[in-house]
Design a protein around this ligand. Sequence first.
Ligand code: BES
Ligand code: MN
Ligand code: ZN
Length: 489
Amino acid sequence: MQITLQRQPIEQVQTDALVLLVFQDRREDRLGLGELFDAGEIAGKPFEMTLLHNVPGMRAKRVLAVGAGKPGKFNAAELRRAVGAAIRHLKSKSITEAAIWLDAAQASADYAAAAVEGAILGDFETDRYKTDKKDTKTVERLTVAVAEGGPQLDAAVERGRIVAEAQNFARELANEPANRLTPMGLAEHAHRMAEEFGLEYEVLDRDRMAQLGMGSLLGVAIGSAEPPALIVLRYRPAAAPAGSVHLGLVGKGVTFDTGGISIKPADGMEKMKYDMAGGAATIGAMRALAQLKPAIPVTALIPAVENMPGSRAQRPGDIVTSLSGKTIEVINTDAEGRLILADALSYAQKLGCTHLVDAATLTGAIVVALGHINVGLFANDDALRERVMLAARAEGEKMWHMPLEDDYKDYLKSAFADMPNVGGRYGGAVTAAMFLKEFADPTPWVHLDIAGTAWLDDGKPFLAKGPTGVPLRTMVRLAMDWGGTGFSL
Ligand code: BES
Ligand code: MN
Ligand code: ZN
């Protein structure tokens, strides 16, 4: 999608479709819309669409009035969604060029970026392997139109493009089926991206991981004919960073999760191709950061494996030794995410990371607890938790703070090793996080369980069904805001 910013009066915008936000309980009397309000034909409810032709006095061929809900609830996140819905509506009418009008009150950097993001994210389709794409048009050109605004708007439009394209890149990866995206395949995607955008890239193969002693990660990998990969991407700021902060982003990269010997039921198992969505979001976040250049160093680690049953696969009862030296009794081979993350979290600290954020499709239990709305957020450090929460809120990625207390340790007792890889029947998302905490401590760390939010089973007005790219934008803003060069200034 080609994107430009234009400064001109609303009447002058030349486009196939001018998108204008209309609000609930706020009569819009421009562009002849007052009559439609009075008639009750437009109410301003979220995602309400009214397409008008030949509006007098307008150069635009059409005006699309998009409901944006109550003015008091309006923010950048609502704008992102409204624009996404508008773009998807226009696509469905085969309109492939549009302009988004931002009123003076909306002509801020965060709003301009959100509008661009909404359009690019809304345009995304999961039709890569459809040979007949005639039903899915893409919007080719988009104008962000404002009456006036300083150069910060140009920067914001560019920033929105970078972030949303990175998010679609992550969504494309998460949607790839496991026969087309193996652990080494994921590493190759990361490698090509790193070369294109100028990041340091390294991959640790099976031998290197064995040398280092990553028995927890390798135990999961052994059941698959596909070799594992620990992908490392590094961004270093040009100027020496002010403090000594070094952010580590860790993403679960299970390219397919059969459950292993503790095999999953057939029903719905095909969805386990997205068990690398955390890894994809992490690689995507680095793609954006390479271009946006935060003030702090950021290292991404993606442990990539395929969790398969087979004659070489690890068995329930097996005991592995992690990189940290702690031994783990593998009670359930389907709790593989925490096993690979354990070694990745230890290794991140060896690489000098001072703060850690992981993203993982870790537990079905978080879906039970929070549904498909909120990411489950666990933290061993209040200050880092607050930073992540603020970033998430600004980016419209909903997150809910979950408990992580020593009382839960009683749920993680093994008779034969330092700990088991699963707790009991209850609090499954918490015990998974408690397990990870053993490997993250004492480094400040936030764990994001995205099992319920990385994938949409049903499309939304503003987003196609399938991979969401969560929590890429939170990761990007967290890094950008750290060190004072950020979005939130
Ligand atoms: N990848 C799954 C978690 C998952 C579930 C992701 C649903 C997306 C949607 C994870 O590896 C897993 O299998 N977790 C088990 C843990 C259990 C064995 C303790 C689960 O949640 O059932
Ligand atoms: Mn599993
Ligand atoms: Zn899994």
